[in-house]
Write a protein that binds this ligand. Structure first.
Ligand code: MG
Length: 236
């Protein structure tokens, strides 16, 4: 998983300069597919439940599961969340970043920064001995403290030889509740946050999840290995 996670990191480092106004979300898909293949690994989202892309690309009010398309041109000021699962020798590493396209508004940047900040605040509790919802609670506290909403319909998850394993990891909840964390667990922790209401709809393509109110969304995710000390982030 750590070996796969290095490719997640390499791809996101590359996308920082690759993503610019005028490219399409399919260009991102091509970039991901070629990079993963060059490492002899697999972009595991391709074909998962019938998903058509190698990676999810969700733009502006799209929260998760956006389908890459040659028709979706990214414009100056847009934001795009790229959610990537790399598989190596049957083990998975899952991470996501939201990128600004060209120059973005301060408002959009703050949304992106808050998603990232909530992750790092949350994982202060990602250690043996804490309860799972200690992480969830801290993420919710940080996000709502900035006046944003936390998505309810989608959660983080355990990960290993399967992309999605138990437990579900909500980005909201009561501190002191949930399963007790144990060393050796590998968790995909992923705040999905929105400017307004957390209510979502799924588009007629059966995949793309959007906010009902049209508010923009940001998403920050890493695969984290639980130890009895500091959390070990496998995708950074
Ligand atoms: Mg993911």
């Amino acid at each position: 998983m750590r070996t796969a996670g290095r490719v997640n990191r390499e791809i996101f480092d590359g996308l920082k300069t690759f993503i610019k106004p005028g490219i399409t979300t399919m260009d991102i898909d091509d970039y991901v597919a070629e990079t993963v293949k060059r490492h002899g690994m697999i972009a595991a989202e391709k074909g998962y439940g019938g998903f058509p892309g190698h990676v999810c690309t969700s733009v502006n009010e799209e929260v998760v599961h956006g389908i890459p398309s040659r028709d979706r041109v990214l414009n100056e000021g847009d934001i795009v969340s790229v959610d990537l699962v790399v598989e190596y020798e049957h083990y998975m590493a899952d991470s996501c970043r939201t990128f600004g396209v060209g120059t973005i508004s301060d408002k959009a940047q703050h949304l992106i920064d808050t998603a990232e900040k909530s992750f790092f605040e949350g994982i202060k509790f990602a250690k043996e001995g804490y309860r799972l919802f200690d992480i969830s609670h801290r993420i919710q506290e940080v996000v709502e403290g900035e006046g944003y909403g936390v998505i309810r319909d989608y959660t983080g998850h355990g990960i290993g030889s399967e992309m999605h394993e138990d437990p579900a990891i909500p980005n909201y909840g009561k501190a002191g509740k949930g399963p007790r964390l144990q060393r050796g667990m590998t968790l995909a922790i992923e705040p999905m946050i929105v400017e307004g209401s957390y209510e979502t709809d799924t588009l007629l393509n059966d995949w793309t999840v959007v906010t009902q109110d049209g508010g923009w969304a940001a998403h920050y995710e890493n695969t984290v290995f639980i130890t009895d000390g500091e959390p070990d982030i496998l995708t950074i």
